[in-house]
Design a protein around this ligand. Structure first.
Ligand SMILES: NC(=O)c1ccc[n+]([C@@H]2O[C@H](COP(=O)([O-])OP(=O)(O)OC[C@H]3O[C@@H](n4cnc5c(N)ncnc54)[C@H](OP(=O)(O)O)[C@@H]3O)[C@@H](O)[C@H]2O)c1
Length: 233
């Protein structure tokens, strides 16, 4: 059964439809994370332990409306990402609106510690992109992916020049920190999962540079004890 999601603010509304949930999501670079109440970005090393039915529904809807899903190599490895495929319902929704059936998958890596024979590449419905920002040669990926060798701001420029303007970044914390340092983040969708974790889990962003900035609250959604917040710059 689909998790019920209500809007608390602004304009309270009950049991939002998928289309109502994506109605305000325009172009730009959107980050999506789930966190415990006390700020843990992982439960036993992965985000899945924090994610419930509402977060999973919302996660899929954010993919539904984007041109490109960007993920750091650490998250690809830790979370065991496969090929970037949206659900059948999302694929239909996209095709009906003239979009490609699936978003492009872009993996950001410095060391290119990725297997070019992995299903991410061999079973990709759309040719993925490897963004290699440390000058490491991405030649061995050229059969299975487009390779962009550039720092993050230049890579984002190149992606936008390809018409990929609705960018969803699913983490992880290092990539989020790098994007903040590059002042590239337009908005954050944050699911607050109703648990307290303590321990030594990472926060949702970290980096060498302090990149403090204020954000504006755009909406508050609720599903049971879970909050889904959207902040924009
Ligand atoms: N709570 C959530 O919603 C959520 C979401 C995503 C991830 N996570 C969790 O976060 C943890 C992983 O954290 P993480 O910080 O390692 O993830 P990450 O940011 O996905 O991966 C870090 C790696 O990504 C590459 N990278 C990131 N920024 C880069 C840049 N500016 N230039 C070049 N390469 C860059 C590097 O890859 P190379 O090592 O290949 O050089 C770096 O080692 C996992 O436990 C995962 O489950 C949680």
């Amino acid at each position: 059964m689909t998790a019920r999601i209500d809007r608390l603010w602004p304009d309270p509304a009950e049991n939002l439809t998928d289309d109502e949930l994506v109605a305000d999501l325009g172009p730009g670079l959107r980050i999506n994370f789930v966190s415990s109440i006390d700020g843990a970005a992982t439960h036993e090393g992965r985000s899945g332990g924090l994610s419930g039915a509402a977060d999973k529904r919302h996660f899929e809807l954010l993919r539904r409306v984007c041109d490109l899903v960007m993920v750091g190599a650490g998250t690809v490895r830790d979370e065991g990402y496969g090929p970037m495929r949206v659900s059948a319902a999302s694929e239909r929704w996209r095709v009906e609106r003239g979009m490609p059936g699936h978003p492009v998958f872009a993996i950001v890596s410095g060391h290119l510690d990725l297997d070019e024979g992995s299903r991410i590449f061999t079973e990709a419905p759309v040719r993925p992109i490897v963004v290699s920002t440390a000058g490491a040669s991405g030649d061995r990926f050229s059969q299975v992916a487009d390779v962009i060798e550039a720092d993050l701001p230049a890579a984002l420029e190149q992606l936008r020049a390809r018409g990929l303007t609705r960018i969803l970044c699913e983490g992880g914390p290092s990539l989020f920190g790098s994007l903040l340092a590059a002042d590239a983040v337009d908005e954050l969708c944050l699911t607050v999962s109703p648990s307290l974790e303590a321990g030594d889990a990472p926060r949702i962003s970290h980096g060498d540079v302090l990149s403090a900035r204020g954000m504006r609250l755009a909406h508050v959604l609720r599903s049971g004890d879970t909050l889904l917040l959207r902040y924009v710059r």
